[in-house]
Design a binder for this molecule. Sequence first.
Ligand SMILES: NC(=O)c1ccc[n+]([C@@H]2O[C@H](COP(=O)([O-])OP(=O)(O)OC[C@H]3O[C@@H](n4cnc5c(N)ncnc54)[C@H](OP(=O)(O)O)[C@@H]3O)[C@@H](O)[C@H]2O)c1
Length: 264
Amino acid sequence: MDTIAFIGGGNMAAAIIGGLVASGWEPTRITVVDPNADQRDRLAREHGIHTASDVADATTADIIVLAVKPQVIAAVAKQMNADLSGKLILSIAAGVTIATLETLFGPVAIARTMPNTPALLGLGATGLYVNDHTTEAQRLAAQAIIEAFGICVTVAREDLLDAVTAVSGSGPAYYFLMIEEMIRAGTALGLPPEDAMALTLQTALGAATMAAQGDAPEELRARVTSPNGTTHAAIVAMQENGFGDVVAKAMTACRDRAEELGRL
Ligand SMILES: NC(=O)c1ccc[n+]([C@@H]2O[C@H](COP(=O)([O-])OP(=O)(O)OC[C@H]3O[C@@H](n4cnc5c(N)ncnc54)[C@H](OP(=O)(O)O)[C@@H]3O)[C@@H](O)[C@H]2O)c1
């Protein structure tokens, strides 16, 4: 049975640990290292896991999760100062490349992931890429950890994590913007803002739930769009105003920025 240590006990670590314990991970196989005593106490109390304040305490675990801000990773590697061969390093730090991680931690198994904020609710959509030193068993272990807080998509090349950033990493914000605009437009059409908000939120939830049942989104859309009807009028206005282009350009800009930040 693997043991797992989290370096950093913040929001993401708490969400992942909650998911792991709920999916049957023995809490005694989980350790969290965090400088903040309150943070450690809260996680120990909530989940019954081990905690530590010294990063060196993480180095005995089979799987080490880097759950700190990207700018802290180099300091963590220095504090670790241990032979990590045979272990799996799983990084959730946005934009920190495999090349950087290998420079810091050595030629060991490294899983780089790109999670998104709904992970905090167990509804994450995460991209996973593993380096050549990772065995299939280790990749499956990384996938199982990710699936404790949502879905996992393994990508074949590291650069595709930038496309994952464009789809799911930044994706929640696109939906928030759509929700904002629908509330604004509904209010402009005369609804009280709280009604526009309640109707918009429930519609977003209902549409996402229907789409998640498996029917193609085009098919679902066709079913609610009768020729020359009300939905048809809205969809035509969206398409005539370049909705598809707007989305494609936004996601390309996001991918390009992720690439750029990865080179810094
Ligand atoms: N939040 C998200 O939805 C999300 C999505 C995608 C990716 N990520 C990535 O996930 C990572 C963690 O994000 P988060 O939101 O969980 O951050 P967070 O809440 O700030 O958690 C980071 C924790 O690490 C602690 N820490 C700092 N230096 C440390 C060290 N040397 N050793 C051990 N622990 C240390 C911090 O303590 P102090 O507060 O005392 O410094 C804090 O408790 C980031 O790299 C981020 O890019 C997050």
